[in-house]
Design a binder for this molecule. Sequence first.
Ligand code: GLY
Ligand code: MN
Ligand code: MN
Length: 432
Amino acid sequence: MYFTTADIAARRERLAAQWQEQLNDDEAVLVYCGQPIQKPGGLDITYPFLPHPAYFWLTGRRREEEVLLYSKGEGWVEFQKEWTKEQAVWEGDRNDLLVQQPGKDLTELEDYLKSKHFSTVYALGQAPGNPAVEGKAFILRTLMDQTRRVKDAAEVKLVRAIADIAARGYRTLKAAIRPGVSEKELQLVFETEILRCGAHTVPYDTIVGSGPNAATLHALPTARIIGENELVLVDAGADIYDYCVDITRTFGSSAAIGSRRKDLYGLVLSVQQECISMTQAGAWWRDVHGHAAKRFTEGLLGFGIFKGSLDTLIEKEVIAPFFPHGLGHLVGLRVRDTGQEENLSPKKYFGSRLRVDLRLEAGHLITVEPGLYFIKALLEDRELMKPYQDYINQQELEHWKTIGGVRIEDNILITETGNENLTAAVEKVEEL
Ligand code: GLY
Ligand code: MN
Ligand code: MN
């Protein structure tokens, strides 16, 4: 049992308290679960159905088309769908009701709404026709997401269990990494192990990048055979009912990996550790990202890739093409958990568009995933590199260009007193 009726009741209570001031007595909110999406040209074939995360969080149910209503007068009312004989024949018991709560039949929704004469009904979740969420609906959704991003004990327990599964996957994976094995084989080793250990699926396409492929941020595993002394970057997660972990480890394929790869790994690892210690309640995420960008700048100056004064290199954001993504994102219920409302027009910090731009609070679960890469598509773009070229030692850079990249990623739960690394059980190589 992942969630109890008490867990669901507590979430609803927290959310109703947040909506208290905004919602008028004669207004209502509907949170839609969503509908299956047809595959193009697929006739009666749909993509696997995923309930809207807000609906799942508020009900513990994963059935398509259902709706949850809230109003101050009526409280929370569920409109549920009868499981038809035909569904029972084709799909059996889908085991998709994690929490059993009585509700009304979905067919009653329209009449119910008419009978209550609500002045406005706000549509949240995955509403039919995907209407724009504006005005007060936007405010209500923002409050809902802000509430939902503070993880409760049941959610944390589930994420911990998923992290344990991922740790077993990574242990098996690590034993399989050697020259002669393909990226695809490593993907299979990891995914087989996590599925064997109880994961439902992977939360995103498993990333395996070896050698130069490690520079591709979302590298899909290929038939490439891993060579001697290469970096192997694996970004792989596990999922149970849409809850997940998002983890990256970088390995060496053999022992004599050479000083440049070792140094790069050492730098990313120490910056990750520093950023994790800064990931605390009250910190602005952009400052933690900024710390990584500055420390990386200092590191590449030390390696001789950059030249000039550290202050100028920081001011000119020369790190941008080498650290082109934000430091992390909220994670938990899906690999990108809530976080977009505060970041609708993302600003760039040190050349990267952050995926979240907020002040951290206890209960947030966020990835800390610094990475440094030598990405051909950026480094060979003369126009893009123009503002940086005076600060880069091209001769030195040539030696690094085929190395690929290093990323290390953990999922950090912010607590009242600090933080906890929920993915700490996934072993990290201390030194390549
Ligand atoms: N796993 C993809 C990411 O880290 O965002
Ligand atoms: Mn991530
Ligand atoms: Mn990742």
